[in-house]
Ligand binder design. Structure first.
Ligand code: ATP
Ligand code: MG
Length: 340
């Protein structure tokens, strides 16, 4: 989407990243959250402000080296050298960069001293770029890379971050001890309103409806405001048409009752698991409509209040203690289609 909104909220998350960047965090930090909740934006904002050596890689970028890589101000001295690397790349550039982190660090070290500085390496959208089968090995590789970099270049601290919105990748990743997974969720109500106020909302009523439908998902908010010009009905109709084929599968698999149960209460899966509920959840997980939300939040690193370490359950938004709908509109639209 071309519109660049003013960055809102996320002070806690930025502070948490800063805190983690300045201590010995030996595991890979795996940031996971709904599609469009703002993972990329958060990482990019962080790198732009970071006062150590920061490297952000967009693993999904196919062609443009300049978009595939973002450096912190201090590391920008090495930018031209890195851009020339693109000449060697034959396939998608982001994917290539994912595996060439050591060469990037080496080139940066020729221009800027790494010793005694903080080094942060962020690889964004790893699952979509590398695929589910490779993700497990890749995270392990990142973990080993961290030690190699620490030994060879002696930075003061090294923090490696990978992100994904692919919920189904989580089970492959969290079963290993070499990473820590944290949740980043959609914006809260106040932040969502601030975001909407940048986008010429027609009324307070529209703001309220968009909040209830998007649950603060910035990409969806921006989409409704710009592409759909605040025409919420048109946006919902488009969503309905997109979800129709999924409804066909749910009906064919005879999982209507189970999906309705998950719409009522996502945590039914935790309390009364059955094979059919698992199957229904799996379909919704793979379609990126639901996800496991019981992880510690990224902001928990700087939060003293234990009650804020996890995402707060909210029935109306479709958020349980452990499972959640990525945005409330999905459950509303599915409910309408399944009943119809
Ligand atoms: N805190 C924020 N303030 C203002 N705009 C934001 C904020 N977070 C995200 N956005 C905007 O919302 C849109 C989606 O954000 P972004 O691309 O970072 O999401 P994402 O979680 O990385 O998505 P995906 O899961 O597809 O990778 C972008 O246009 C981004 O600029
Ligand atoms: Mg992203």
């Amino acid at each position: 989407m071309s519109i660049e909104t003013k960055f809102i909220n996320r002070e806690l998350e930025i502070e948490a990243l800063r805190k983690l960047a300045y201590r010995d965090f030996s595991n890979v930090l795996y940031i996971y959250g709904p599609e469009g909740c703002g993972k990329t934006r958060l990482l990019r904002e962080f790198i732009n402000e970071f006062d150590g050596i920061g490297i952000y890689i967009d693993a999904l970028e196919r062609e443009n080296m300049e978009s595939a890589i973002l450096l912190s101000p201090l590391a920008r001295k090495a930018k031209d050298m890195l851009i020339t690397l693109a000449e060697q790349v034959t396939g998608p550039v982001g994917r290539w960069l994912c595996t060439e982190i050591l060469s990037l660090v080496e080139r940066i070290s020729l221009k800027v001293q790494l010793q005694d500085r903080g080094l942060v390496i962020m690889v964004d959208d790893v699952t979509r770029a590398l695929g589910l089968d490779e993700i497990e090995h890749y995270i392990k590789w990142l973990y080993e890379l961290r030690w190699r970099i620490a030994k060879e270049y002696r930075p003061k601290f090294v923090l490696i971050i990978a992100t994904t919105s692919e919920g189904y990748s989580l089970s492959r990743v969290i079963r290993h001890t070499y990473n820590v997974a944290n949740l980043l969720w959609n914006l809260n109500r106040d932040a969502s309103i601030k975001l909407m106020l940048q986008l010429d909302p027609p009324s307070m009523h529209a703001i309220d409806s968009v909040w209830r439908l998007t649950g603060g998902n910035p990409r969806r908010i921006i989409e409704i405001a710009t592409i759909f010009q605040w025409d919420i009905e048109r946006w919902l109709t488009r969503l309905e048409l997109e979800l129709r084929s999924l409804v066909r599968i749910i009906k064919a698999e005879q999982l209507v009752h189970e999906v309705m149960q998950l719409i009522e209460d996502p945590d039914i899966l935790d309390r009364q698991p059955t094979h059919k509920l698992e199957r229904a959840y799996r379909i919704l997980l793979e379609s990126n409509l639901m996800m496991y939300s019981g992880l510690m939040l990224l902001s928990s690193w700087i939060e003293e209040d234990k009650s804020k370490w996890k995402l707060k359950a909210d029935e109306e938004l479709g958020i349980g203690e452990y499972y959640a709908w990525q945005i409330p509109a999905y459950k509303q639209v599915l409910c309408r289609l399944l009943k119809g």
